[in-house]
Ligand binder design. Structure first.
Ligand SMILES: Cc1cc2nc3c(=O)[nH]c(=O)nc-3n(C[C@H](O)[C@H](O)[C@H](O)COP(=O)(O)O)c2cc1C
Length: 345
């Protein structure tokens, strides 16, 4: 089945998979039996971050389930949490197709989706229903602005989306780092970011995080850190897709958009290490995680949580289980008895 999907155009494969997972998500007993086989429930994997308890540190990254349609499936497949979105206040189509490309030789993807989503209101209805089911899956909600909202009014878009979704998320992420909404990354710059955070921080007592690009200089990262602290954010999600194109073999390497997967791994680790020097912010590492060793490396480098997207696309449905079982083996080999202990040390 997983191989078959690779014979289809990437976005068709994505829609088909998500559609099936969404149907599966609605079936209570059909979800719980496989979950017993697939989930790795082990107290050693538990993580506390920004006041939320996570059953394990491995999360689904934003963009896979933008509209919160398949939350039950992410739980059954073993994820410790899922981040939905990016959600904008109003629904929007995104960029024209094709806008998603598989760089198979590089174990990478390029996407220029452009925040295609059904809008914050519809997602709120779905999240409410999911919450009523009581499945123990913490949910992050990733927020953005509509493409046609001018930058000067961006904060209003984030605020509108936040107001609609606030009751249903365990944490919220301000996405200012997608390369596919013109001008969005400007919001990472000092004066813009300062104003955005000043407007958004008072709007919720819940954990608020910022998602950053891998293409920021060390100086720009320091500026982001300073503002995150000034406005008492709980953490940072690092990193989004990159505009860099070094060392790629695939003929699709020149497509416009953000690159994810294996080629992003080195830079994602580098950014994490840079950010980890600062204290008082929880770090969610994302970018190029494919193996248990990658996961372990991020946790040791200071990440409280780790997310995957591209590695999961190539790795298939057993990917979360494989990563978590492998992580437990690595912890045993290094004599680490719980991830909680790792973070305290
Ligand atoms: C097709 C696609 C769509 C994405 N959409 C979003 C999005 O809407 N919001 C966001 O913050 N990140 C989005 N991302 C970025 C991922 O969340 C992640 O930061 C990035 O892909 C790096 O992780 P990976 O190497 O494990 O894929 C998207 C990535 C892909 C491949």
């Amino acid at each position: 089945m997983h191989r078959l999907l690779f014979a289809l155009d990437p976005e068709t494969a994505h829609e088909l998979t998500l559609g099936l997972l969404a149907l599966w998500s609605e079936r209570g007993p059909l979800l719980e039996v496989p979950a017993r086989l697939l989930r790795v429930e082990d107290p050693r994997l538990r993580v506390e971050a920004f006041g939320v308890s996570f059953p394990n540190p491995l999360g689904l990254a934003a963009g896979m389930d933008k509209d919160a349609r398949a939350l039950g499936a992410w739980w059954a497949l073993g994820f410790g949490f899922a981040e939905v979105g990016t959600l904008t206040p109003r629904p929007q189509e995104g960029n024209p197709r094709p806008r998603l490309f598989r760089l198979v030789e590089d174990r990478a993807l390029i996407n220029r989706m452009g925040f295609n989503n059904r809008g914050a209101e519809e997602a709120a209805t779905r999240l409410k229903r999911f919450r009523q089911r009581g499945l123990p899956l913490p949910i992050g909600v990733n927020l953005g602005k509509n493409r046609d909202t001018p930058l000067e009014r961006a904060a209003e878009d984030y605020l509108k989306a936040l107001r609609l979704l606030e009751p249903f998320g365990d944490y919220f992420v301000l996405n200012v780092s997608s390369p596919n909404t013109p001008g969005l990354r400007t919001l990472q710059e000092g004066p813009f970011l300062d104003e955005l955070l000043a407007r958004l921080r008072p709007a919720t007592p819940k954990p608020l995080l910022l998602k950053v690009a891998p293409d920021l200089s060390p100086k720009a990262l320091d500026e982001v850190l300073a503002l995150a602290k000034k406005h008492r954010l709980q953490g940072l999600v690092a990193v989004n897709t990159t505009l860099a194109r070094e060392g790629l073999k695939s003929p699709l390497a020149r497509e416009a958009g953000g690159l994810s997967g294996r080629p992003l791994k080195g830079r994602a680790l580098e950014v994490l290490r840079h950010l980890a020097q600062a204290e008082g912010l929880a770090l969610v590492s994302v970018g190029g995680v494919e193996t248990p060793l990658d996961l372990w490396e991020r946790l040791k480098a200071g990440a409280s949580l780790v997310q995957v997207y591209t590695g999961f696309v190539y790795g298939g449905p057993l990917f979360p289980r494989r990563l978590l079982l492998g992580l437990l083996r690595l912890m045993e080999a290094e004599g680490v008895s719980s991830l909680g202990e790792l973070r305290r040390s």
